[in-house]
Design a binder for this molecule. Structure first.
Ligand code: KIV
Length: 273
């Protein structure tokens, strides 16, 4: 799917299914599962690189993970996150978006911001980039927003999020993420804005949903309210590793089945001084 087809799904078809991935095998699984778009999110910082939050993630991190995802994603749309502070100045935004497209192979880039960054979106779109916006809870500015919490509960902040979404749509974004909003607000924005809304913690009435892969697989502990563990892969992985360790220690792995005998004649003629 390309970004025009993605955008056209505003008007028809089932809700868009988006998920994050950061490497080739999971991108391949997402492609095989038929997801509509893969986001190489800066959530890679928390899920994969061991950081406490998204802020330390660099453009090189996202470019490398995007290239890995691209190698597994087939024809699935791949969107790469512009990380913290990488798109504040127009020159940086252009150079870093180019890195994600040229080195990473991204089909589109995502930036966090509304009215304040509409000029950057416009610039990128004018230069030929496909841009996804991200409003509501924006993890890169979580310090200012008072942490990872619901946004848009009061009228003034709800109106600001409506204005942010409109500004990004007018600037040329092909879609926008709506993160951690009251479901009623997300529904109303979805009904009024011209581009697809992709919700995370924004209720069921968006044009699509996005989730962080590791949350779906049980790697977030404690489990977050806005997500669901569909299969506890974390628990299964722990079980597999405990079984492996137990068998190695007991001498029951590897067996002949996992070994290569070799030639006795060769071994017998070896000298060890
Ligand atoms: O980085 C990320 O994974 C994201 C999603 C939560 C939308 O931005």
């Amino acid at each position: 799917m390309n970004t025009s087809e993605f955008r056209a799904r505003k008007k028809s078809g089932p809700p868009l299914v988006c998920v994050t991935a950061y490497d080739t095998p999971f991108a391949h699984l997402a492609e095989e599962a038929g997801v509509d778009a893969i986001l190489v999110g800066d959530s890679v910082g928390r899920t994969t690189l061991g950081y406490e939050n998204e802020l330390p993630v660099t453009i090189d991190d996202i470019a490398r993970h995007t290239a890995a995802v691209k190698r597994g994603a087939g024809s699935t749309l791949v969107i790469a996150d512009l990380p913290f502070m990488s798109y504040v100045h127009p020159d940086d935004a252009l150079r870093n978006a180019a890195t994600l497209v040229q080195i990473g192979g991204a089909d589109a880039v995502k930036l966090e911001g509304g009215s304040d960054l509409a000029g950057i979106t416009e610039l990128l779109v004018d230069r030929g980039f496909a841009v996804m916006a991200h409003v509501g809870l924006t993890p890169q500015t979580a310090h200012r927003l008072g942490g990872y919490r619901l946004q848009g509960a009061a009228l003034s902040s709800a109106q600001a999020i409506v204005d942010d979404t409109n500004a990004q749509a007018t600037a040329g974004a092909f879609a926008t993420v709506l993160e951690m909003l009251p479901a009623r607000l997300a529904k109303s924005i979805t009904a009024h804005v011209a581009i697809p809304t992709i919700g995370i913690g924004a209720g069921p009435d968006c044009d699509g949903q996005i989730q962080v892969l590791h949350d779906l697989l049980g790697f977030s502990s404690p489990a977050l309210r806005h997500t669901r563990v569909f299969t506890d892969v974390a628990q299964l992985t722990g079980k597999a590793l405990r079984a492996y360790a137990k068998e190695v220690r007991a001498g029951t792995f590897p067996t002949e089945d996992q070994s290569f005998k070799g030639n006795r004649g060769v071994v017998n003629r070896l000298t060890f001084e």
